[in-house]
Write a protein that binds this ligand. Structure first.
Ligand SMILES: Nc1nc2c(ncn2[C@@H]2O[C@H](COP(=O)(O)OP(=O)(O)OP(=O)(O)O)[C@@H](O)[C@H]2O)c(=O)[nH]1
Ligand SMILES: [Mg+2]
Length: 432
């Protein structure tokens, strides 16, 4: 009973939003308005808003002053009143004056897709660096819109759940913002130095680095956790946050994976991408994504169960190109294959695989693929170890994967998988 009350209270406190999308008929779009609006709805939910109504319009071109047609704006104003809407969210980036004009007519806050994404990032950023980068992106977004955002900026926050610049009361003064941008840049430089030292240490560890990249919600963090669960010395606390939510991961995390077949690598989980990812954010996160630059191999995780997976794949590839890492070795990993009967047709070609991070399906094959790219050459051989050399057998259990042990008259016959580097030590026992 009490719990129910709590839930209703939570619902009641949710920000009530109305979404607006525009299809510009004279402009070719790489994504249908329908899909893009669906994604906007997910973004709004991820920011903690409830979607009460959706309005779309077809126009030959955008309206300079209102972005959409004046009549539509009027219609939205009425809907806002009728449904007690708190915020109207536009699917594209608006200019400062458009925001001001729209707010005047509809009477409630107006934000755009970029602002919404920035809000989500502001809510989720955990590390000092993440927080600084989001604030920097927010300030850069606000600067050219200062006049339009007057109303929002004079208020605490602005947008949904925005913490950050709004709270710091430096809003109305452009110079303050510029000074703050400088300040943040300085702090980021310091953070970057620390990270570079850490990276140098990591590179010394000599383990290959594998990075998970891909569209948001594709299952990157889930795959990281699945690998961790198979890993030696598994500790639940090392698992990362994975959830059916856009931008569940914001900060890069790194874990050591040591699989039973002796494959070892460092795995990096990164922030997911989304279409129309604000440019300032791409810029801001470039340094976080720098980890990807140091990777020996990228696993591009694709949600094969999403009808838009091809577009999502393209979006990710574009961002990777922007980051200058499109020349790295990449395995295309089609995930969530447990939800599909037929997997994408490409799965037979090289460096493409279908898996399920959830059920673990094809994980062994993926490991083999990873191994063949980053791993040391593994030999599968038979060894004959005399009984007098007992310590060799225990050594083998440490350095190789022992597939079978057979006690014969002449000695112990072991079938092992062993790295080429270690082979020299056991060469004399090799049973050809
Ligand atoms: N059915 C199914 N669901 C999966 C699979 N892998 C991940 N999921 C689900 O997909 C959702 C998103 O998973 P995450 O691992 O958080 O995705 P992500 O790529 O890390 O997403 P961001 O951090 O938001 O970029 C979660 O609800 C997972 O349980 C899979 O193989 N099959
Ligand atoms: Mg994640």
């Amino acid at each position: 009973m009490e719990k129910e009350n709590l839930e209703t209270l939570e619902e009641a406190q949710k920000i009530r939003s109305l979404l607006v999308g525009l299809q510009v008929s004279n402009k070719p779009q790489d994504e249908s308005l329908d899909e893009s609006m669906k994604e906007l709805e997910e973004l709004a939910k991820a920011a903690g808003a409830e979607v009460i109504a959706v309005v779309v319009q077809n126009r030959p071109a955008i309206h300079v002053a209102y972005y959409i047609g004046k009549g539509k704006v009027q219609e939205i104003a009425e809907l806002c009143q009728h449904h007690e809407i708190d915020v109207v969210i536009f699917n594209d980036e608006l200019s400062g004056s458009q925001i001001r004009n729209l707010e005047e007519v509809v009477g409630v806050d107006v934000i755009d897709r970029t602002n919404l994404i920035l809000d989500i990032f502001a809510q989720r950023a955990q590390t000092k660096e993440g927080k600084l980068q989001v604030e920097l992106a927010q300030l850069k977004y606000r600067l050219p819109r200062l006049t339009g955002l007057g109303k929002q900026l004079s208020r605490q926050g602005g947008g949904i759940g925005t913490k950050g610049p709004g709270e710091m009361k430096l809003e109305t003064d452009r110079r303050h913002i510029l000074r703050r941008i400088d300040d943040i840049r300085g702090q980021l430089k310091e953070v970057k130095k620390v990270r570079e030292t850490q990276r140098a240490q990591r590179l010394k560890s000599d383990l290959p680095i594998v990075a998970l990249v891909g569209y948001t919600n594709a299952g990157k963090s889930s795959l990281m956790n699945t690998f961790l669960r198979q890993s030696e010395g598994y500790d639940e606390k090392r698992e990362v946050y994975a959830k059916n939510q856009l931008f569940a991961t914001l900060d890069t995390s790194l874990r050591k994976i040591s699989l039973p077949n002796k494959t070892e690598f460092l795995l990096t989980d990164t922030v997911g991408f989304v279409s129309k990812l604000p440019h300032d954010l791409v810029d801001a996160f470039k340094s976080t994504l720098e980890e990807v630059k140091y990777a020996d191999l990228l696993l591009h995780i694709i949600d094969a169960s999403n009808e838009n997976y091809e577009l999502q794949k393209l979006t990710t590839s574009k961002v990777l190109k922007e980051l200058g890492v499109d020349n790295k070795k990449i395995i295309d990993v089609f995930n969530k294959c447990d939800l599909l009967e037929d997997m994408p047709a490409t799965s037979k070609s090289e460096n493409v695989i279908s898996i399920s991070a959830l059920t673990g399906k094809n994980l062994d094959q993926l490991t083999e693929m990873i191994d063949s790219i980053i791993g040391k050459k593994i030999l599968e051989i038979n060894l004959l170890v005399p009984y007098s050399e007992g310590s060799i057998v225990s050594q083998l259990h440490k350095e190789a994967e022992v597939l079978s042990t057979d006690y014969q008259e002449e000695g112990i016959v072991l079938k092992v998988k062993i790295e080429e580097d270690y082979y020299e030590r056991y060469k004399k026992f090799h049973l050809v």
